[in-house]
Write a protein that binds this ligand. Structure first.
Ligand code: GLN
Length: 499
């Protein structure tokens, strides 16, 4: 099998070939390394760990076929730069963490290496995961491998996990980790024709993941298909005594649940989540997804989540509040970068200069908003109020999940958009991307995005399924059935390979 074909495979398919010894982990890893080397135009990887990858691959080759073999043995993965990896540069794509090398490994990545996965490197993202287009990265944006049929204009791969989605869509890794605070796994997945899963809050440990908004942040996989999502999720999940919000619950074998039929499944269509008119292909794909699910025996129920319109404003009070507190630790003393000081500068000037130089504009905006809504004069008016609305949003979902098993929504209001086209004058324009994804984060619920087809300009479109707490098995089961029925096979045309 040639190199190109190898990297087109997903995790499960690669695992099967490795198990049958038709390929070696080293061969597979080298094929991905080659692709990464030829894809600098996509700016997906911001730190490469090829030596480590080849060492892990050669270890994997010794283990495959023995009793010590684990679930991801020899599978090459990319890791979002938000996950601390021991002795590997980890910057959250921010200048303030310039050259920071953690002396510890995040629990999620530690679990992946324990399952014998291979680490190809760190993936580009929005600075501290704040953004929806990867444009706030200190490294410049990752580029979507997909382009519109009538233009060569570079498009965003989504954000904040834009390096992860671009890398998976362009076959630069078999799967990738992402994190999702308001949509950062699902929106990039939807923009790149990949599958992105945000688990229930508490499913994956947050320990060692650089914190953005701690009551929202969850790690999850971005993969080429639903089966791979199930495989990676299992490896990433589980209780961790080092994260007090991680849940002490068994991790199901998600793969076992995929193939069950979905007859009698009740799926809610929420009135408040309607697609904007004007993209006929998007409407048609949406209708098609519904009718395929109906054909498989699912029942659709119209439901209402009346507080949905407050989700985005609530998120943009609470997430910056938590961010402002989490980011207070970057003071030029303990981590990463320190500004050059004049001889007479005070400690306060050290903080000020380091923080002004180190943080980008969007991160500064969030810190300012967050500090404002937490300040004593405004705490009740904004922060406390937003917490109350958060409860109302959660209650809406609780009500609806008395009537249905899952909720189906579009993942994003639009497909991928050109770089530089949104949010330059008004940040709210960028925030609107998360309108369908943020509610699940406010309520802590699991949700998955999967591709449903292409729009009129041949760009991928995604749909989202939202489940009740801990319903990942059902979510994956329904997504797997829909994926099969849709048979979405389209791939981006390869314009980016050098040489
Ligand atoms: N786009 C959202 C934001 O900018 C969500 C980011 C995320 O999920 N990390 O906050």
């Amino acid at each position: 099998m040639n190199k190109v074909k190898l990297t087109e495979l997903g995790i499960k398919e690669s695992r099967d070939l490795l198990n049958r010894k038709e390929i070696s982990a080293e061969e597979l890893t080298n094929a991905y390394i080659q692709n990464i080397k030829e894809s600098s135009k996509l700016n997906a990887f911001i730190e490469k760990t090829f030596d480590k990858a080849l060492m892990q691959a050669s270890e994997a080759d010794k283990i495959i076929g023995t009793d010590s073999q684990k679930s991801l043995c020899g599978i090459p993965l990319g890791i979002k730069d938000l996950f601390c990896c021991k002795n590997v540069k980890t910057q959250a794509a921010s200048n303030i963490l310039d050259s920071f090398i953690p002396p510890y490994e995040s629990t999620v990545t530690d679990k992946l290496w324990n399952e014998q996965a291979v680490m190809l490197g760190k993936l580009n993202m929005d600075e501290f995961a704040m953004g929806s287009s990867n444009e706030t990265s200190a490294y410049g944006p990752a580029i979507n491998p997909w382009r519109m049929s009538n233009s060569d204009e570079p498009l965003t791969p989504g954000g904040s996990s834009g390096g992860s989605s671009a890398a998976v869509a362009a076959n630069l890794c078999a799967g990738a980790t992402g994190t999702d605070t308001g949509g950062s796994i699902r929106q990039p997945a939807s923009f790149t024709g990949t599958v992105g899963l945000k688990p229930t809050y508490g499913r994956c440990s947050r320990w060692g993941i650089i914190a953005f908004a701690s009551s929202f942040d969850q790690a999850g996989p971005i993969t080429k298909n639903v089966t791979d999502s199930a495989i990676m999720l299992k490896a990433m999940s589980g209780f961790d005594p080092k994260d007090s919000t991680s849940a002490k619950m068994e991790v199901p074998d998600y793969e076992q649940h995929l193939e069950k039929d979905i007859r009698g499944l009740r799926i809610g269509l929420a009135r408040e989540y309607s697609l904007k008119k004007g993209n006929p292909a998007a409407e048609q794909k949406w209708e098609q997804a519904i009718s395929l699910l109906k054909n498989m025996g699912a029942e659709f129920v119209e439901v209402s989540l009346p507080h949905t319109e407050f989700a985005l404003p609530t998120y943009y009070v609470l997430a910056p509040a938590e961010a402002s507190s989490n980011l207070a630790r970057y003071d030029g003393v303990r981590y990463g970068r320190r500004a050059t000081l004049d001889t007479n500068d005070s400690i306060l000037e050290l903080y000020e200069k380091t923080r002004s130089e180190g943080f980008g504009i969007e991160v500064k905006r969030r810190i300012l908003i967050g500090t404002y809504v937490l300040s004593s004069g405004y705490y009740d008016a904004y922060y406390k109020r937003a917490q109350k609305v958060r409860s109302l949003i959660k209650n809406d979902f609780d009500e609806v999940f008395n009537k249905v098993d899952l909720i189906l929504t579009p993942t994003t209001p639009t497909p991928a958009f050109p770089l530089g086209s949104k949010g330059t004058q008004d940040p709210v324009e960028m925030y609107m991307n998360d309108i369908f994804t943020v509610p699940a984060n406010l309520a802590g619920l699991p949700a998955i995005s999967l591709p449903v087809g292409l729009d009129d300009f041949e760009l991928p479109l995604g749909v989202q399924l939202i489940g009740n707490n801990w319903q990942e098995p059902l979510l994956l089961n329904a997504a797997f059935n829909l994926e099969n029925a849709l048979a979405f096979e389209s791939k981006p045309k390869n314009w980016w390979a050098d040489g």
